[in-house]
Write a protein that binds this ligand. Structure first.
Ligand SMILES: *Cc1c(COP(=O)(O)O)cnc(C)c1O
Length: 232
């Protein structure tokens, strides 16, 4: 079941890339496995998934020992500063840097490991009160501050678009973030590589790809509905 769904989503990713005149290899499909058991992750792995997304570091710690080592674990959920220690060095990419304070904690921890931690800045494009992330107009200043941390490597931006019935309603949001992404990229800020644009979920990943996403985070579409209605 998981394998069929994974292949189906992959096909839709490919079709969206074709419509947008983009290469399939430009878009990474992240299988969002939060709340799902290891058995289901194994099925996705067997179907070809190598990038998995979790919103709690605890789940990465619990699941990863039972799974192959070549899996790339993406931290996509809001990260509390007291969880940074467990996350740095385990996640390949933290998508959810939403404050300078959090980035500073990551800096400290990455320095201890003598590594550079790849991160994305989360942007709350629609200014939803229920969501984390920088407002678009505050993002450049925050990015410049965080870029000064030598052990934090900003690789791009992430957004969680509003929950909508019709994905077309989010097209403008994705477009705005893409414009900003291109704008920042052209400024060539030291210690910043604007290469990753993480946007699009089960309900709207095709529109996100058409508007420039390089990573899409798909949970329900691959693993089915979640029992727990978690905060994202
Ligand atoms: C849960 C989650 C997703 C996946 O959502 P689906 O609608 O199930 O595809 C994507 N991104 C983040 C940050 C999430 O927390």
């Amino acid at each position: 079941m998981v394998a069929e769904r994974y292949h189906e989503i992959q096909k839709r990713v490919e079709a969206a890339c074709a419509r947008a005149g983009r290469r399939t290899s430009d878009v990474t499909l992240i299988a969002v496995s939060k709340t799902k058991p290891v058995e289901m992750l194994k099925e996705a792995y067997a179907a070809g998934a190598r990038d998995f997304g979790e919103n709690k570091v605890q789940e990465i710690l619990e699941k990863s020992p039972a799974l192959p080592e070549d899996i790339r674990w993406h931290m996509i959920g809001h990260l509390q500063t007291n969880k940074v220690r467990q996350t740095v060095g385990r996640a390949c990419l933290i998508h959810s840097v939403d404050s300078v304070k959090l980035a500073r904690e990551i800096e400290k921890e990455a320095a201890k490991h003598n590594m550079q931690m790849p991160v994305l800045l989360e942007v709350n494009v629609a200014k939803e009160e229920s969501k984390f992330g920088f407002y678009l107009e505050d993002t450049e200043a925050a990015l410049r501050e965080i870029a000064a941390f030598p052990h934090v490597n900003i690789q791009g931006l992430m957004t969680i678009a509003p929950f909508v019935e019709n994905p077309e309603e989010n097209r403008q949001i994705f477009r705005e973030l893409y414009q900003f992404f291109i704008d920042i990229k052209s400024k060539n800020v030291d210690n910043v590589n604007m290469n990753v644009l993480s946007m699009g979920m089960t309900g709207d990943f095709e529109v996100a790809i058409e508007e420039g996403a390089t990573m899409v985070r798909v949970g329900t579409g691959i693993f089915g509905e979640r029992q727990i209605r978690e905060n994202i």
